[in-house]
Write a protein that binds this ligand. Structure first.
Ligand SMILES: Cc1cc2nc3c(=O)[nH]c(=O)nc-3n(C[C@H](O)[C@H](O)[C@H](O)COP(=O)(O)OP(=O)(O)OC[C@H]3O[C@@H](n4cnc5c(N)ncnc54)[C@H](O)[C@@H]3O)c2cc1C
Length: 388
């Protein structure tokens, strides 16, 4: 079997590795020159850690500088509350590992490169499908040398939420909407700063602060489409709000020189009704764009990849419909939870109508904590690698 995968994100890189180690001839195309982009999200949850363990990569993964988070913390004007505590989660891992995603992708692709049936094409952008009647027989892509064709028995679109191949296949997602976009930027960390990664909420404002040891990766959440308004208000306004939300950064915010220092990432929440055509399959965000809520999109993408490898290695390329059948349920449940959080927490927080006087320590209520830690840590229907 020959397989071609467009998109070297978590879904594409993991699928390529799983197929390559099973001896499948697989080509992975990534349109960028490297994996070094800031907006990718950093969270590797226990479900993904277990997959890494199953393929013998857990040790190498843990050698990458990382931070472990054992729970989720919300900080409001009245103090901090633990929303979930992962300790005690069954399955061997009870923490979220924060790792820059480029390190994670480099690990997966370096491992895949050990197999002779794997080929990675960087700077290679998929731009169309090769069809034979109703069946997809490969893809077209361009690179610095021009246009090329790659024929395959299975073509996988793992090219993210703006998927080109999904469009080429005539598949369009149903939009569920998101009330926010995210402005990403960095600030240096100093001794005495908090050690935790946390979500900071105040009237009308929301900010995610990710501890990356030497610096803070900050995600300032703005109302959907609000980037222009933010720019018009000027960088001083952004500095002011960041300094007010995180007083320990009040002096450092001047390092935010201009809007060149920030990138705006639009948030989408959608999914395809049908993920496949004969010879063709969408996985990860190409099949279902995930909101950043709960930080589970990478893990869902990895789980899609594991399910795809398991089913395709067992039944061949015709297993594309079975992949959708297996992965639709976890997608629907996870997106439902994201929608509830967007509606009940994020939208009211941005509108300033969220009451923040008493945030309960949900992690201290055993029944609730068991549910949240399982949902966040293991996800819905966790997958296991069949071909060890
Ligand atoms: C603001 C924001 C923050 C987030 N934070 C987190 C987080 O902390 N944790 C988490 O788990 N999830 C997070 N998510 C969700 C997460 O980013 C996605 O769910 C996840 O990245 C999906 O993985 P993927 O492999 O399907 O797609 P992607 O990660 O989008 O990867 C797609 C890859 O395909 C490449 N590509 C695109 N088009 C082509 C083409 N035509 N040819 C070749 N290559 C192509 C892209 O360059 C990219 O490398 C966040 C999302 C947003 C919007």
């Amino acid at each position: 079997m020959r397989c071609v995968i467009a998109g070297g994100g978590p879904a594409g890189a993991m699928l390529a590795l799983l197929l390559a180690r099973a001896g499948v001839e697989v080509t992975l195309l990534e349109k960028h020159a490297d994996f070094l982009r800031d907006f990718r999200g950093d969270t590797i949850h226990p479900s993904t850690l277990r997959v890494l363990d199953e393929i013998g990569l857990a040790e190498a993964f843990h050698r990458i500088p990382h931070r472990k988070a054992y729970g989720l913390t919300l900080v409001t004007d009245t103090g901090a509350s633990r929303l979930a505590d992962l300790r005690g989660l069954r399955g061997g891992y009870d923490y979220i590992a924060f790792v820059p995603q480029w390190d994670f992708l480099n690990l997966l692709t370096a491992e895949a490169a050990k197999y002779p049936s794997f080929r990675l094409l960087m700077n290679a952008e998929a731009n169309g499908l090769i069809r034979d009647g109703g069946t997809v027989r490969g893809l077209r892509y361009h690179d610095k040398d021009g246009e090329h064709e790659l024929r395959a028995d299975l073509t996988v679109a793992a090219d993210g939420r703006g998927s080109t191949l999904r469009v080429a296949a005539g598949l369009a997602p149903v939009e569920m909407g998101a009330p926010m976009d995210v402005v990403w930027f960095r600030m240096p960390r100093e001794d005495g700063d908090p050690g935790e990664t946390f979500l900071r909420v105040s009237t009308g404002r929301l900010l995610v602060a990710i501890n990356r040891e030497t610096y803070w990766q900050l995600g300032y959440v703005i109302p959907k489409g609000g980037a222009e308004r933010l720019r018009a208000a000027g960088i001083e306004e952004l500095r002011h709000h960041v300094g007010r939300l995180l007083p320990f950064l009040a002096e450092r915010v001047t390092l935010l020189g201009s809007f060149d220092d920030v990138s705006v990432l639009t948030v989408a929440l959608n999914r395809l009704r049908r993920w496949y055509r004969p010879g063709f399959l969408c996985i990860g965000d190409a099949a279902h764009a995930m909101s950043p809520v709960f930080g589970v999109g990478i893990n869902l993408a990895v789980q899609d990849a594991v399910a795809t490898a398991n089913l395709v290695l067992k039944h061949g390329p015709s297993a594309v419909a079975a992949v959708q059948r297996r992965r639709m349920f976890p997608t629907v449940v996870t997106q439902f939870a994201q929608r509830v959080a967007q509606k009940r927490l994020i939208a009211p927080a941005l509108e300033g109508s969220l009451r923040l006087t008493r945030v309960p320590e949900l992690a201290r209520i055993p029944v609730i904590n068991r549910l949240t830690r399982t949902f966040i840590g293991n996800g819905v229907r966790p997958e296991h690698v069949a071909s060890r």
